[in-house]
Write a protein that binds this ligand. Structure first.
Ligand code: HDE
Length: 714
């Protein structure tokens, strides 16, 4: 027989020839976990055809026992996640600042595994919850694994790890009835936040559209804390990490997010998966803000305070490399679920700062893997293994994979030839930065952490009018869901410290009057016991506005991977449909034909056109733009189709680009769109002019100014 192709055996990862399994090479045989071939996977072993089932059926018992134990505890936070493989490439050597090998040699392509997540919801919750997104990167470097475990927002709710369990208990579903899932719009969250003035800056971010990204591929990432770079000479620079998405930063509308949560709760997961499968590999550039040791105290805020960012106007972001995601996981559980990140997975050349939130995290991440993955051997799970060899004297434990062969498991030793040796002999290993600490033990917050409002104001002031309106609406929505009036009042009180206009507008929506907060704002300390210096204050931000904080200033030069809906029925103008499809697909967008029924429609000239989705399954909220190719018969049919009109109205309401040929205009006229208003992003043109104008409009992503002009009841 001729030699057959080889195929990987998924169970073992080993390559085997198919001939080893079958004579005709058709496929592998089904076996038990002990490798015993199974003849019948349909029926359990019984005493006679009508039973009873025999306890002896070890094949049935093995299968069901394994199934019974399939679930492991989900992550306490960040349970819902999606991940991908890729690599990181360095643009220029950072050896002046850090000795980390993967940041020194531009020839090295470092493999990475990246997991994105929401924070509050369970594993099966919607991707479109209003929430912070996790952005965790595991770099498999030649010096061991380095994890950058960040978020899509550059600051955090709290300043000290001591408050993290309280924060998470407050945001999670309420303990008595486990409601609501993956939502912060409820009493306990806002009760806590209204007593936690340090969270105001983060609250501005979470109430902004950053909390409802259009795609995981279109959001920024931040290391949040200040870290240290250490160079060969032991010199330290403070560093903040940034990931900048090549496709720009884009979001959906809140009404849209809520709809997507019902229509396609896997929207972000699907989007990431499909982009990678189609070869449109997501990319981010890595940026660093570097601050010399001597400049530690030159800012009006403390670099160790995780509720503060360094405005890019003060310290520009230096772009140093690129992250590309180009391979989907083979198995969700084995990789995305079992990956274990830890801010303490470091390489030489990178170190911590004393940020008290970061310091607390350093304890939590190993501890949580022990309960989630069940064993101190979680580093041996394939996705967590470094690409370099691991040598140490740690031994045994649940599910140990390594078969350590030496007689010695201690150091120093002579019987094992002294191995493994400490790397200090050649100064190759990790050394902590020699930071001088000479202090009293104290349980208190630094006075330099007490300005809780100036950067919240900076963020609000840096937003466009539409973005400000979205923040106001988000706060009205969230606080509108709060049942206890005192919580709403306290929250609006805190907002007066951010911006009076903001507080008044939120108060108006809630039917209350904004009043300055009752002192002391920090309710965890009784009034007469709080030293004056330790009261929250509003400092003065070093800059009044920061361009980088507004999504309005993001890149809008590409329509790659945007999803465009073409609405059509029998009698459609096939020429305009085909030509627009070619133009958009040529620029990397995805086109789907949506028609009253699945199957094929006939163009006006009798050509058959394949339908991708019917109005029954299609929804405008998962598309970025709408095109109406025209054709009289098609227009008449769609005008009679309520779902087609709803589709257009909803896309208009969510401020998306909509285009039609002059003969397609009839359908737009039948919708709520006021054609006389000549709205931006509603394009009626012919031929090349149409292609150009529509492409430009899609690249703009959204025309938010439409919201204020006209409300559409879709
Ligand atoms: Fe986490 N966090 N966190 N966190 N975090 C976890 O670790 C924790 C914080 C972040 O995709 C847990 O493996 C404490 C800030 C991400 O697998 C847990 C504190 C930032 C992920 C944990 C923080 C993060 C986690 C749960 C305050 C942004 C998902 C599962 C001291 C810089 C990682 C796990 C993934 C996950 C603890 C604060 C980001 C419980 C105690 C600030 C992206 O260990």
């Amino acid at each position: 027989m001729a030699k057959k192709a080889v195929k990987p055996n998924n169970e073992t990862g080993k390559i085997k020839s198919l001939e080893q399994f079958t004579e005709n090479g058709a496929d592998e045989f089904l076996t038990t976990n002990q490798g015993l071939r199974i003849n019948d996977n349909q029926n359990s072993l019984k005493a006679g055809e009508r039973g009873a089932t025999l306890l002896e059926d070890f094949i049935l018992r093995e299968k069901i026992t394994h199934f019974d134990h399939e679930r492991i505890p989900e992550r306490i936070v960040h349970a819902r996640g999606s991940a991908a493989h890729g690599h990181f490439e360095l643009y220029e050597s950072m050896s002046k600042y850090t000795k980390a090998g993967f940041l020194n040699d531009t020839k090295i392509k470092t493999p990475v595994f990246v997991r994105f997540s929401t924070v509050a919801g369970s594993r099966g919750s919607s991707d479109l919850a209003r929430d912070v997104r996790g952005f965790s990167v595991k770099f498999y470097t030649q010096e061991g694994n380095y994890d950058l475990v960040g978020n899509n927002m550059p600051v955090f709710f709290i300043q000290d790890a001591m408050k993290f369990p309280d924060l998470i208990h407050a945001v999670k579903p309420e303990p008595h009835n486990e409601i609501p899932q993956a939502a912060s719009a409820h009493d306990t969250f806002w009760d806590f936040i209204s007593l936690m003035p340090e969270s105001m800056h983060m609250i501005m971010w979470v109430m902004s559209d950053r909390a409802i990204p259009r795609s995981l591929r279109m959001m920024e990432g931040f290391g949040v804390h200040t870290f240290r770079f250490i160079n060969e000479k032991g010199k330290s620079h403070f560093v903040k990490f940034h990931w900048k998405p090549v496709l720009g930063v884009h979001s959906v509308a809140w009404d849209e997010a809520q709809n997507i949560s019902g229509k396609d709760p896997d929207f972000h997961r699907r989007d990431l998966w499909e982009a990678i499968e189609s070869g449109a590999f997501p990319e981010w550039e890595l940026g660093v803000q570097l601050v010399e040791e001597k400049d530690e105290f030159k800012f009006g805020f403390d670099l160790l305070d995780p509720t503060k960012l360094i405005p890019e106007e003060l310290v520009p972001v230096k772009i140093i490399g690129k992250l590309t995601l180009n391979r989907n996981p083979d198995n969700f559980f084995a990789e995305t679920e079992q990956v274990a990140f830890h801010p303490g997975h470091l390489v030489p050349g990178i170190d911590f700062s004393n940020d008290p939130l970061l310091q607390g995290r350093l304890f939590s991440y190993t501890d949580t893997q022990l309960s989630r993955l069940g064993s101190p051997n979680f580093h041996e799970i394939p996705i967590n293994r470094p690409i370099v060899d691991v040598h140490n004297n740690q031994r045994d434990g649940h599910m140990r994979q390594a078969i350590n062969k030496s007689k010695t498991s201690y150091e120093p030793n002579t019987l094992g030839g002294g191995c493994p040796f400490q790397a200090m002999m050649k100064n190759m290993g990790f050394t902590s930065f020699l930071e001088r600490i000479d202090a009293k033990k104290i349980r208190n917050r630094s006075k330099s952490f007490m300005d809780h409002f100036s950067q919240a104001t900076l963020f609000f002031n840096s937003q466009s009018n539409e973005e400000k309106a979205h923040i106001i609406n988000a706060l009205r929505f969230e606080l509108g869901k709060v049942q206890v009036p005192e919580i709403r009042e306290r929250m609006v009180g805190l907002l007066t410290q951010v911006d009076n206009g903001l507080a008044n507008k939120v108060a108006e929506g809630l039917g209350i009057v904004a009043k300055a907060p009752v002192q002391p704002m920090n309710h965890s300390v009784p009034a007469d016991e709080t030293p004056k210096d330790y009261q929250p204050v509003k400092g003065k931000s070093s800059v009044d506005r920061s361009e980088a904080l507004s999504m309005k200033n993001t890149i809008k030069n590409s329509i790659a991977t945007r999803r465009i809906a073409f609405l059509a029925a029998d009698g459609v103008d096939g020429a305009s449909l085909e030509s627009m499809k070619k133009t958009l697909e040529g620029k990397g967008a995805t086109v789907k034909i949506i028609a009253p029924k699945l199957g094929f429609i006939k163009s006006a000239t009798g050509n058959a056109i394949k339908v991708d989705e019917s109005f029954l399954t299609a929804t405008s909220v998962v598309y970025d733009a709408v095109f109406i190719p025209g054709g009289k018969e098609s227009m008449d049919a769609l005008t009679r189709e309520a779902d087609a009109l709803h589709f257009i109205n909803e896309a208009y309401k969510h401020c998306k680009a909509i285009a039609a040929t002059p003969s397609g205009e009839a359908l737009l006229k039948a919708s709520y769109i006021n054609m006389d208003a000549k709205d931006e992003g509603v394009v009626i043109e012919k031929n090349e002019k149409l292609d150009k104008a529509f492409t430009k409009a899609i690249a703009q992503h959204r025309f938010w100014e439409r919201e204020a002009a006209r409300k559409v009841p879709a």
